[in-house]
Design a protein around this ligand. Structure first.
Ligand SMILES: N[C@@H](CCC(=O)N[C@@H](CS)C(=O)NCC(=O)O)C(=O)O
Length: 214
């Protein structure tokens, strides 16, 4: 049965899910949905009213982390979760660090103010943007730099869900005109460039850039 991902392409959580599908080589249809004032019908599928939501076999499954974990079981190869128990847990932690933490303190304020508000015809609150640039983003980049060390990938020596979850929200920063200071975080900047150059990310980044307001 076909897979359908419901959500907006610019969401870091939707992108994370789409990259995961692309890395698995599993085709899907994207049904665009902006998550503001969603219908009661959508809330039956995604009770928190958030995106993404997956439809498969006539059933609905919300949440990017849950969707990725489900697809890993449906399509185990290539494996995108570590098999070692400790590495597996660390990958899940880094996913949660981004989804439940760094996205809210670092990426969301910048992206919402500079891109989402612009799309809605509003004015960016640059004080909120600067606070994220001066506090939230440096704290997150310091932590991720420490986690990365000298490795090519974040966990277990190979590409995993941790790399997808960590790298996706940085695309939102770039869309909002914030690029990482490569002098301050050289290893993290080089890592992100490598991950964003993978065909799975590259195709989406190009598609999103073309659709952004100039
Ligand atoms: N934990 C969720 C978070 C999803 C999420 O917060 N999505 C945002 C868009 S980037 C959303 O739908 N926001 C609408 C809302 O919070 O009502 C996931 O991983 O899917």
């Amino acid at each position: 049965m076909a897979f359908k991902i419901i959500g907006a392409a610019l969401s870091p959580f939707v992108r994370k899910t789409r990259v995961f599908f692309a890395e698995k080589g599993v085709p899907y249809e994207l049904e665009p949905l902006i998550p503001f004032g969603v219908s009661a019908e959508y809330k039956k599928k995604s009770p928190l009213g958030k995106i993404p939501c997956l439809e498969h076999d006539g059933r609905a499954l919300p949440d990017s982390s849950v969707i990725c974990a489900y697809l890993e079981k449906v399509q185990p190869q290539p494996a995108l979760y570590p098999s070692d128990p400790w590495d597996y847990a660390r990958a899940l932690w880094l996913e949660e660090y981004m989804d439940g933490g760094f996205i809210n303190t670092g990426m969301a304020p910048v992206f919402f103010e500079r891109v989402v508000k612009k799309l809605m015809g509003g004015q960016a609150d640059e004080a909120r943007v600067q606070e994220a640039i001066e506090k939230g983003i440096p704290a997150g980049c310091d932590y991720l730099t420490e986690q990365l060390g000298d490795q090519e990938y974040l966990v277990g020596g190979r590409f995993t869900i941790a790399d997808i979850a960590v790298s996706s929200p940085f695309v939102n920063l770039a869309h909002a005109g914030v690029t990482l200071d490569a002098k301050r975080w050289p290893k993290l900047a080089a890592y992100l460039e490598r991950i964003h150059s993978r065909p799975s990310f590259k195709a989406l980044i190009e598609e999103e850039r073309a659709a952004l307001p100039k």
